[in-house]
Design a protein around this ligand. Structure first.
Ligand code: BES
Ligand code: ZN
Ligand code: ZN
Length: 484
């Protein structure tokens, strides 16, 4: 789907369909040409509500305000309606206030995603082009050239999120650690990106006993994937992302009940997100050195499986008592975080579908942010909100920290209490963060929003690419601040 911005008036653009947003239920705006019909069919223009007037090709979508995220949602809704028609082209007037053009375009691209890989009969969308008119828009404030570069960035960001969705939605039979490594290697076709893939021999040599234990009962060997983006200009900052890449989480011997195992193909969402962020950052030409480290493995059962009662030794020498093999993500991340700190990052961000407790705490649409640095948390909170992603901070405290004590090893892989599980998981990771990186580290628990089995916001049922947009927004903002 091609998106074009033009200075042509809306009337002079020839397309089969017309998209009109009804802002704040105001049916009296001059762009609303079918007030009577809309009233007759009882269209209330609630936000995320849309209707197609098939006779004339008009699509009306409710949009609560001109705020970026409202426009993003309305654009996604409009595309979802358009995709069900046979229209090849659509036009829309600009609802641009300050920087909402990017959000509008992101909405179109995000809403256009569809996961069809396993459908034997699919009808490809006929939609080829969306044309945005800058009519009624003060061209003295932003030139067409600037708008086009906003458009390019928006497409990169939304396509990166869609790229993560495709990885996460792919079935575990097809998406093994080796497949993940192959996809990471493919990213090297983008300028500035290189990739190293490490196998189990490397993990043994590096004494990554926690990561290796999780992999033991899987027929698929593990991979530690390290993708790097080096900017053309001299980098001011080194940002290292670490992603949980559990291509399947059965729970291991602490086996998940059947109902909870379904959707655990999505336990690779952190890994998919960090790959997508790297792809997006490279395409945006950001002036930072960025690394994505993915711990890719399955968590399975079998005679060879790691067990509750096993004691593991992580890369940093700490011993871990396994009390629940389903708390495997933190084991993989422990070793990957140790590896990541060897790169001497200025910022260290890990992303993981780490705990069901985070979903209980915040609901399934919100990412939990944890870490010591309030400024970093606040910055990410702001960027996430602008990107249309929901986040909320969960705070550490000394009492929760004590709950990870073990009688037989340095630390236990689960808390003594079932309350506060998202935070105790993060505090487990904290044991693998060296003192000098404590203030540079953030942990994002994306267990809720990464995969939701119903349509919500700009997202389709299934993977949402959680964490991708917020981090790309954040990196772009860091870049703007750098320029100041
Ligand atoms: N991958 C799961 C967490 C998860 C749950 C992600 C729901 C997405 C949706 C993780 O490995 C897990 O099983 N965590 C356990 C930890 C517990 C054993 C301390 C959990 O959350 O129940
Ligand atoms: Zn688990
Ligand atoms: Zn898991």
């Amino acid at each position: 789907m091609n998106i074009k911005i033009t200075n042509e008036t809306l009337e002079n653009i020839d397309t089969q369909a017309v998209i009109t947003f009804v802002i704040n239920k105001d049916f009296n705006h001059s762009w609303i040409k079918h007030k009577k019909i809309l009233e007759d069919v009882n269209f209330k223009a609630e936000s995320e509500d849309g209707i197609l007037l098939a006779e004339n090709g008009y699509i009306y979508v409710g949009c609560a305000s001109l705020q970026s995220d409202e426009l993003r949602l309305a654009a996604a809704k409009a595309i979802k309606i358009l995709k069900q028609t046979s229209y090849k082209s659509a036009k829309i007037g600009s609802y641009i206030e300050n920087n909402s053009m990017g959000a509008l375009i992101e909405g179109f691209v995000l809403g256009n995603y569809e996961f069809t890989r396993y459908k034997s009969k699919t009808e490809p969308s006929k939609l080829e082009e969306i044309i945005i008119s800058t009519e009624s828009y003060n061209q003295n404030t932003i030139s067409l050239e600037t708008l086009n570069s906003i458009k390019d960035n928006a497409q990169i960001i939304a396509n990166a999120a869609n790229y993560a969705k495709e990885i996460v939605n792919t079935a575990p039979y097809d998406y093994t650690p080796i497949q993940m490594a192959e996809d990471a290697l493919k990213l090297t076709s983008i300028e500035g990106i290189t990739c190293k893939v490490f196998d189990e021999k490397f993990l043994e040599k590096e004494r990554m006993g926690a990561f290796l234990a999780v992999n033991r009962a899987s027929v698929h060997p593990p991979r530690l994937i390290h993708v790097t983006y080096m900017p053309k200009e001299k980098s001011k900052k080194r940002v290292v992302f670490v992603g949980k890449g559990l291509t399947y989480d059965s729970g291991g011997l602490s086996l998940k009940p059947s109902d909870y195992m379904v959707t655990m193909k999505a336990d690779k969402s952190g890994g998919a997100a960090v790959m997508a962020i790297l792809k997006g950052a490279a395409e945006l030409n950001l002036p930072f050195e960025i690394h994505a480290i993915i711990g890719a493995t399955e968590n399975m059962i079998g005679g060879n499986a790691y067990k509750p009662d096993d004691i593991l030794t992580a890369k940093n020498g700490k011993t871990i008592e396994v009390r629940n093999t389903d708390a495997e993500g933190r084991l993989v991340l422990a070793d990957c975080l140790c590896y990541a700190q060897e790169l001497k990052p200025d910022l260290l961000i890990d992303m993981a579908t780490l705990t069901g407790a985070c979903v209980v705490a915040l609901g399934e649409y919100t990412t939990g942010i944890m870490g010591y640095n309030d400024r970093l948390k606040h910055e990410l909170y702001r960027a996430a909100t602008q990107s249309g992603e929901l986040v909320n901070a969960l705070s550490f405290n000394r009492y929760l920290k004590k709950l990870l004590k073990s009688a037989v090893a340095d630390i236990s892989n689960v808390s003594l209490s079932r309350y506060g599980g998202a935070i105790t998981a993060a505090l487990f990771l904290d044991n693998f963060i060296e003192e000098e990186y404590k203030d540079k580290w953030l942990h994002l628990d994306i267990a809720g929003p990464a995969y939701v089995e119903k349509e919500w916001g700009c997202n389709q049922s299934g993977a949402s690419g959680a964490g991708v947009r917020m981090n790309l927004y954040w990196l772009m903002q860091q870049n703007q601040e750098k320029d100041k």
